[in-house]
Design a protein around this ligand. Structure first.
Ligand code: ATP
Ligand code: MG
Length: 1017
C-alpha cells in the first residue's frame, strides 16, 4: 500500500505508558514496601537501599493500579470510590486502546507492545484475566462495534492471526495442522516488508469469535510449553489483526495492521547476558528480546541526533516482524508493566530506563490506502470463482464489490464451521467438568494455568506419553514415561498408582504406592508436569483454587527438601521483617528447582552422566568482620563417573539450561543418528576449575598486642559443614623473622601507630579434608588476602592426602602501621579459603604483580599512599561525609590518647620520685620503671584472655549454626531446645571463666604494682 499523496509521513514518537500493579502474594509475604509513586504522568522510583535519591521519569501515560481498588460482585477491579486514582482496565483502554482503534480505522498501522519483567502485569493489560478484560479483547469488541456502525459507508474485513516466537522459531497458534519443524519462515517483500509465510489468517465478524480464537491460541501455547520442557524459557506472543475497509463510493481500500505484542519477561534478557559464560554466544533463546533492546537503543540514539550506522532489525525474528512498529510506518504504543515492590527495584529500574529510551523513537506513519481495484486483483488471484467472473468482463462494475462481499462471506462460513467445531469441544468440556474429577494444569505463566483439563472417568486410566489404548490419558513432558501411572476411579474415589521407574510427587512428597487423591491435591508427574487435582463437583465447595499456583507447588517441594521461607529468613532480620535478599534467594531457589529437575532429566536421557543440585552459597559463611555474607544460589554439577565437580552461578545455569533444551529438542528431532557434539560446545560440559570448598577465620586481634597465636581453625563449607581443620600460627616477629618475646607485648595497641610491625603467618597442616576423603585423586590449596593486598596469596597445591602438611610461612611487614591497619587488626579476621583441586585443573598461582617486598623478602602490607586523600577520590558524597566524620573521631581519639599518655607519664614520674624519696627504689631493670614488668604481666594476662576468647568465639559460632532439623516433631523440638540450652550454658561458662580470670589477673597485677610501688598501702 502506498501513502496518500496529501498525507506525507509526519514524525510521530512512540507513546509510552507505565502501569504499576498491586502487590502479589510473594511481595505481601515479604512485607514489601511500595517504592513507586506517581503524580500525573510522572513516575518516581525509590532505591530501597538508599533513602536519598529517588529517580523520576516522565511518560505519556502513567497508570496507578497498585491501590485504591475494590472487587465488585462480578469480579471486576474498580476504583474504591468514584473518580479514585486507581486505573482499571476500562481507563487503560480509554487512554491507549481508543487511540489505536481510531488510528486503525483511519488506515494507519498500529502496534501495542507490553514490556516488563515476569509477573509484572503485561498479560493482564494485554489479554486480561476473567472479567477484567485487557486491551486486546476490548479492542476487538469495539472494533466490531465501529464496523457495524459504519457498515453503510464501507465494507470491512477483519483477519485474526496469533503466533508465538520461541527460541527464534515462529509457531502458528491457530494452525490446524501439525507443527512445522523449525517453525514458519519469516520472509521479506519490498512492498509488505517482513511477514510470516503460511501464517493462518482467520476471517472474523464478531468479538466472541476473536475471544474463542484467543482461547484456542492459548491452548496451543500451553500444550507447546508443556511439550517443550520450557517452563523457564517462555515465548513472545503476537496477535495480528488485519483490517480492510472498502469504501464503495470512493472505490478506495484502506488497510491497517494492528500488532499486539505480549513479550516474554524482560529479566530473561539480563539473566543470560549478565555473566561471562564460555557458551554465552550460542544461545538463541533471548535473542529476540536482546535485539529488541538494541534496536530501541539505536533508534533512540538516532532521535537525539547521534550517528547510527546500522539498526539491527534483521538480527532477530521479533525485530523483523516489528520493523514497521519501530521507526517505520506505524503508530506505536508501549506499555511498561511494573511491580511496585522494593524487592523488584533492579528490574523495575531497568524497565523504566528501557521505556525512557523507547519514548524517543520516531515513527513515520502513513495511511495505507489504495484503489479497490488492486484488492480485486488480489482476490482474482485467490479464487477461481473470480476467474469465471473476470471472463464476464465486469471488472470495474459495481458487482465487483458484490463479488468481494460474496467471497468474504464464503470465507466467514468456513471459519464459522471451524468455530462451531471448537465450540462443541468447549461445551463438551464444560459438561465433563460438572460430571467428573479432573487434573488442571498449573503453569509458571498464570495465563497458561488452568487451560488443560484431563478428566478421570470411572474405572482405570493409564496416564503417560502413550495414547495407544482407549483407556489412556496422553500427556507430554520431560521425564514422563510411556505408561507413567494409573488412575483408578472406583465408587467416586480416585487413587493414583505410580508405575515402575516413574516419578510422581503428591503434595511435595515422592510416592511409590497407590495413593488416594483428595480434592486440591498437588501432583507433579515426571520432572515438572504440574497438575491440581479437582475432585467431584460435590467435593468442590466454594474454595479459592487460585492460591495453588506454580509458586505454591514449588514451595511445597522446597519444604520437603528442607528449604522453608521462614527458616531461611529467620537468620536475617528480626521477627515480622524479612530480609529482602534472603527472600530473593528463596524465590531463586524455588524458581531454579524445577529447572534443575529438568536438567537432570535431560542429562539422563542424553546420557551426559552429570547431575545437578541446588546449593545456597554462603549460607553459613561470614566476611572478614564476621558479618554474614550475601547468600546466593549456585548449582553444583557432579559427573557421576569420576566425581568431578563444578559450581555454576545462577546466570550460568540458566543460560546452559536454554542450550540444553536446544540440544534436547535437536536430539528428539534427529534421534540417535545425530553426530556427537564436540565437548567444547556441549552445554553439559566445562573445563575443570578449582572449587571454593570453605572458609576459616583467623582473628587478628592478638597481633595488635603483638601476642603470638596458635589455632586449630574449623574450615566451614558454604552450608556449615566442617570441611577440614586448619592448624595455623600468627607470630609477631622482628624484621629478620625472630619471634618477639613476652616483654614486647603491648598493652596499648596504639603504640603501633607509625611504627614497623612484622609478623609471620604459618600454615602448618590441614587435617581431615572431606574433599579428599570423598575422592583421593584430588588436591587442595589455601588462599588468602592479607589486609589491603590486591592479589590473593595461594599456598602450593598438595594432592591425595587427607591430612596434608602445608608448612607455609609467610612474613608480612607494615613499615609504618596506619590507623587503618590497626583498626583492621583489632576488628577483623584473616579469611583463609580452602580451594579444592581436581585432576586436570590448573593450580592457582599467587600473582606478585603490584606486590612490594622488603630486601629481606617480606611482603609489605599497609602502604599508605592512597588512604590519606580519600575525600577527593571518593565519588559518593555521603561516603566521603562519613569518612570525614570518622577521621574527626579518630583525630579526637588520638588527642585523648596523647593526653592520657602525658598524664600517665606524669604519674609515672611522680611514682619514681616518690620511690626515690622513700629510699625504697627497687629498680629491677635498667631504665628504672615499673612499667615493663607490669606491662609484661598485663600482656600475659591478655594473652591468656585472647586464647580463651577463641574458644568462646568457636562456641558462639556453633550456637549460631545450631538449628532444629526441618522435619522435627514436638519431641525433636524439645530435644533441640535441650541441646540449645546446653550449648548456651557452656558458652556462658566459657565467657564467665575468661572474664573472671582476666579480672583476677588484673586485680593481682594491680595489687602487686601497689605493693611494689609502696605508694598505696
Ligand atoms: N493491574 C493489575 N491488577 C490486578 N492484578 C494484576 C494486575 N496486573 C497483574 N496482575 C496479576 O499479576 C499476576 C501476573 O500478571 P501477568 O500474568 O499479567 O504477568 P506477565 O507480566 O504477563 O508475566 P509473564 O512474563 O510471566 O507472562 C496475575 O495473576 C495477574 O492477575
Ligand atoms: Mg504474560
Amino acid at each position: 500500500m502506498r501513502a496518500k499523496a496529501a498525507d506525507m509521513p509526519g514524525k510521530d514518537c512512540v507513546k509510552v505508558a507505565v502501569r504499576v500493579r498491586p502487590f502479589n502474594k510473594r511481595e505481601r509475604d515479604a512485607g514489601s514496601r511500595c517504592i513507586i509513586s506517581m503524580a500525573s504522568n510522572i513516575i518516581t522510583i525509590q532505591d530501597p537501599r538508599n533513602g536519598q535519591v529517588p529517580r523520576s521519569f516522565c511518560f505519556d501515560y502513567a497508570f496507578w493500579s497498585h491501590s485504591g481498588f475494590t472487587r465488585d460482585r462480578s469480579g471486576l477491579y474498580v476504583p474504591e470510590e468514584p473518580g479514585g486514582r486507581y486505573a482499571d482496565q476500562g481507563s487503560v483502554f480509554q487512554d491507549l486502546g481508543e487511540g489505536i482503534l481510531e488510528n486503525a480505522l483511519q488506515g494507519y498501522n498500529a502496534t501495542l507492545l507490553a514490556y516488563g519483567q515476569t509477573g509484572s502485569g503485561k498479560s493482564y493489560s494485554m489479554v486480561g484475566y476473567g472479567p477484567n478484560k485487557g486491551l486486546v479483547p476490548t479492542l476487538c469488541d469495539r472494533l466490531f462495534q465501529a464496523i457495524r456502525a459504519n457498515q453503510d459507508s464501507r465494507q470491512c474485513q477483519v483477519f485474526f492471526s496469533m503466533l508465538e516466537i520461541y527460541n527464534e522459531q515462529v509457531v502458528d497458534l491457530l494452525s490446524r495442522g501439525s507443527r512445522t519443524p523449525g517453525g514458519l519462515r519469516v520472509r521479506e517483500e519490498l512492498q509488505r516488508g517482513f511477514y510470516v509465510e503460511g501464517l493462518r489468517r482467520v476471517p472474523c465478524d464478531g468479538a466472541p469469535q476473536v475471544e474463542q480464537l484467543m482461547e484456542q491460541g492459548t491452548r496451543t501455547r500451553t500444550t507447546a510449553a508443556t511439550h517443550m520442557n520450557a517452563n523457564s524459557s517462555r515465548s513472545h506472543m503476537l496477535i495480528i489483526l488485519q483490517l480492510k475497509q472498502i469504501f464503495c463510493k470512493e472505490s478506495i481500500t484502506k488497510q491497517s495492521n494492528i500488532n499486539l505484542v505480549d513479550l516474554a519477561g524482560s529479566e530473561r534478557q539480563r539473566a543470560s547476558g549478565s555473566e561471562a559464560d564460555r557458551l554465552k554466544e550460542g544461545t538463541a533463546i533471548n535473542l529476540s528480546l536482546t535485539t529488541l533492546g538494541n534496536v530501541i537503543s539505536a533508534l533512540a540514539d538516532v532521535a537525539v541526533g547521534k550517528k547510527v550506522v546500522h539498526i539491527p532489525y534483521r538480527d532477530s525474528v521479533l525485530t523483523k516482524l516489528l520493523q514497521s512498529a519501530l521507526g517505520g510506518n506505524s503508530r506505536t504504543v508501549m506499555i511498561a508493566a511494573l511491580s511496585p515492590a522494593d524487592i523488584c527495584y533492579e528490574e523495575s529500574m531497568s524497565t523504566l530506563r528501557y521505556a525512557d529510551r523507547a519514548k524517543r523513537i520516531q515513527n513515520r506513519p502513513v495511511v495505507n490506502e489504495s484503489p479497490t481495484e488492486r484488492l480485486v486483483k488480489e482476490l482474482k488471484a485467490e479464487n477461481a470463482r473470480l476467474i469465471v467472473w473476470r471472463k464476464s468482463g465486469e471488472a470495474k462494475s459495481p458487482s465487483c464489490l458484490k463479488a468481494i462481499q460474496m467471497l468474504w462471506e464464503q470465507h466467514l462460513q468456513e471459519a464459522l464451521k471451524d468455530w462451531e467445531q471448537q465450540y462443541a469441544t468447549i461445551t463438551q468440556e464444560r459438561r465433563m467438568m460438572q460430571m467428573y474429577p479432573y487434573l488442571l494444569n498449573i503453569n509458571e505463566d498464570t495465563q497458561l494455568s488452568g487451560v488443560v483439563k484431563l478428566f478421570i472417568q470411572d474405572g482405570d486410566w493409564d496416564i503417560g506419553l502413550s495414547d495407544s489404548s482407549p483407556r489412556s490419558i496422553s500427556i507430554k513432558g520431560l521425564g514422563i514415561q510411556n505408561r507413567h501411572a494409573v488412575f483408578s476411579n472406583v465408587q467416586r474415589r480416585v487413587s493414583l498408582t505410580p508405575l515402575a521407574g516413574s516419578k510422581v510427587i503428591i503434595n511435595g512428597t515422592l510416592v511409590s504406592q497407590k495413593t488416594e487423591l483428595q480434592h486440591l491435591d498437588r501432583l507433579i508427574l515426571g520432572s515438572n508436569s504440574t497438575y491440581l487435582f479437582i475432585g467431584y463437583p460435590s467435593e468442590r465447595g466454594g474454595d479459592d483454587w487460585s492460591r495453588y499456583d506454580y509458586d505454591y507447588f514449588q514451595s511445597e517441594l522446597a519444604a520437603a527438601e528442607g528449604i522453608h521461607l521462614h527458616t531461611l529468613c529467620d537468620s536475617g532480620a528480626g521477627p515480622g521483617k524479612t530480609d529482602p535478599s534472603l527472600l530473593a534467594v528463596f524465590y531463586d531457589y524455588i524458581k531454579l528447582m524445577p529447572m534443575v529437575a529438568e536438567a537432570n532429566q535431560m542429562s539422563q536421557e542424553l546420557q551426559k552422566g552429570v547431575e545437578f543440585k541446588l546449593e545456597i552459597k554462603n549460607l553459613a559463611l561470614s566476611d572478614s568482620k564476621g558479618h554474614d555474607l550475601e547468600k546466593e544460589i549456585a548449582v553444583r554439577v557432579t559427573s557421576q563417573e569420576n566425581k568431578q565437580v563444578w559450581l555454576w552461578s545462577k546466570a550460568k545455569f540458566v543460560n546452559r539450561k536454554f542450550l540444553m533444551e536446544e540440544l534436547y529438542q535437536q536430539h528428539a528431532g534427529e534421534g540417535a543418528g545425530r553426530a556427537p557434539m564436540p565437548r567444547d560446545r556441549d552445554p553439559f560440559w566445562d573445563p575443570l576449575e578449582p572449587l571454593l570448598l570453605g572458609k576459616a577465620h583467623l582473628w587478628l586481634q592478638s597481633l595488635a598486642f603483638r601476642i603470638a597465636l596458635e589455632e586449630q581453625l574449623e574450615v566451614l563449607g558454604s552450608e556449615g559443614t566442617e570441611e577440614a581443620i586448619l592448624q595455623v600460627q600468627l607470630i609477631p616477629c622482628n624484621p629478620t623473622g625472630l619471634p618477639l618475646e613476652e616483654d614486647d607485648i603491648l598493652i596499648d595497641p596504639s603504640e603501633l601507630l607509625g611504627r614497623r610491625l612484622d609478623f609471620q603467618l604459618v600454615l602448618d597442616q590441614c587435617c581431615g579434608l572431606r574433599w579428599i576423603k570423598q575422592a583421593r585423586n584430588r588436591g587442595i590449596q589455601i588462599g588468602f588476602r592479607m589486609f589491603n593486598s590486591a592479589q590473593p596469596f595461594y599456598t602450593p597445591a598438595v594432592w591425595h592426602n587427607v591430612n596434608p602438611l602445608l608448612d607455609q610461612r609467610v612474613h608480612f611487614t607494615s613499615l609504618h602501621t596506619s590507623q587503618g591497619l590497626l583498626e583492621h587488626l583489632q576488628t577483623s579476621a584473616l579469611v583463609l579459603e580452602l580451594w579444592g583441586l581436581q585432576e586436570g585443573c590448573r593450580d592457582m598461582l599467587s600473582s606478585l604483580e603490584g606486590v612490594k617486598m622488603t630486601p629481606e623478602g617480606c611482603f609489605i602490607i599497609d602502604r599508605t599512599e592512597t588512604p590519606d586523600t580519600p575525600a577527593t577520590l571518593d565519588p559518593v558524597p555521603e561516603v566521603s561525609c562519613s569518612m570525614r566524620a570518622l577521621q574527626l573521631d579518630v583525630e579526637e581519639l588520638r588527642n585523648t590518647n596523647a593526653a592520657l599518655r602525658t598524664e600517665n607519664h606524669t604519674l609515672k614520674e611522680q611514682l619514681n620520685t616518690a620511690r626515690t624519696e622513700c629510699g625504697r627504689g627497687r629498680s629491677e631493670r635498667r631504665g628504672s620503671s615499673v612499667r615493663p614488668s607490669c606491662d609484661a604481666e598485663f600482656a600475659r594476662a591478655l594473652k591468656v584472655f585472647y586464647h580463651s576468647m577463641t574458644s568462646v568465639r568457636g562456641q558462639l559460632q556453633r550456637l549460631r549454626r545450631h538449628r532444629p532439623s526441618e522435619d522435627s516433631d514436638l519431641l525433636g523440638l524439645r530435644l533441640f531446645v535441650d541441646e540449645q540450652s546446653g550449648l548456651l550454658c557452656d558458652f556462658s561458662e566459657l565467657l564467665e571463666q575468661s572474664v573472671s580470670s582476666l579480672k583476677q589477673d588484673v586485680a593481682a597485677i594491680v595489687r602487686r604494682k601497689r605493693e611494689r610501688s609502696g605508694i598505696w598501702p
